[in-house]
Design a protein around this ligand. Structure first.
Ligand code: SF4
Length: 229
């Protein structure tokens, strides 16, 4: 897939947006996380919050020894919320994080989770408050190294503009795009990092900045607009 080559070529921009190209199984793809547990923690904190704030919060938790699910499971949610300054909806997220940590710890932690089938892991994640499809697939791919693709609003916008396709629901987008990618963690992670970065930096909702976009040569909408000019 040509897009993957383009995304590899903009690794600096990916990094500025919180995506660190690394070995396929490394958790650091996800904002430089040092462990799968930090990926889970930041996947909950990042909803409606800027990456920089999430990074600061994770560093604070790390320094306090609270960057593990076992530590979070024993924490009072109010005490956790008080550490999450800068995170939007921090009291709600603190409650959710403590509950998610308790749930995973209660089945034996990430080690036990890693032995479950993809369907069972997804089902368990989706049953937790605050975990929707995109967050569940992000945790599965970036924390648990399962071959699944998160579908974000950026994915839909960028792929629709590039190719003209418009699939139906979340699951159809996930299955169709997965069928187009090589079945490998590195490619899945790079694809997600690339489309999210493109959607945030260039493929803006109202006014796409096509002339600066690295996908310009691959993009159907850019060609159509150029033809009109
Ligand atoms: S070229 Fe324009 S429309 Fe196409 S992906 Fe880039 S910003 Fe979006």
């Amino acid at each position: 897939m040509k897009l993957l080559k383009v995304f590899e070529g903009i690794s600096d921009r990916l990094r500025e947006n919180g995506w660190f190209i690394d070995k396929p199984e490394s958790p650091s793809w996800w904002g430089g996380a040092l462990s799968p547990e930090e990926v889970i923690i930041s996947a909950i904190l990042v909803q409606q919050t800027r990456w920089e704030r999430v990074t600061e919060a994770v560093v604070k938790l790390r320094r306090s020894g609270l960057n593990t699910l076992r530590a979070l499971a024993e924490l009072n949610p109010v005490d956790l919320a008080n550490m999450l300054t800068g995170i939007n909806f921090r009291f709600t997220k603190a409650n959710r994080l403590v509950e998610i940590a308790k749930n995973i710890v209660s089945i034996g932690g990430l080690e036990a989770l890693s032995k479950l089938s993809d369907d069972d892991v997804r089902g368990m994640l989706l049953s937790m408050d605050g975990v929707g499809h995109e967050t569940a697939d992000s945790i599965m791919l970036f924390a648990l190294n399962r071959l699944t693709l998160p579908i974000s609003m950026y994915t839909i916008r960028v792929i629709n503009r590039i190719s003209g396709v418009l699939y139906g629901d979340y699951e159809e987008w996930r299955i169709r795009l997965m069928s187009l990618l090589p079945k490998a963690l590195y490619e899945y992670k790079l694809f997600h990092a690339g489309v999210v970065t493109t959607g945030k930096e260039w493929c803006l909702k109202g006014k796409p900045r096509c002339s600066e976009c690295p996908l310009h040569n691959q993009c159907r909408l850019a060609r159509l607009n150029a033809g009109k000019g």
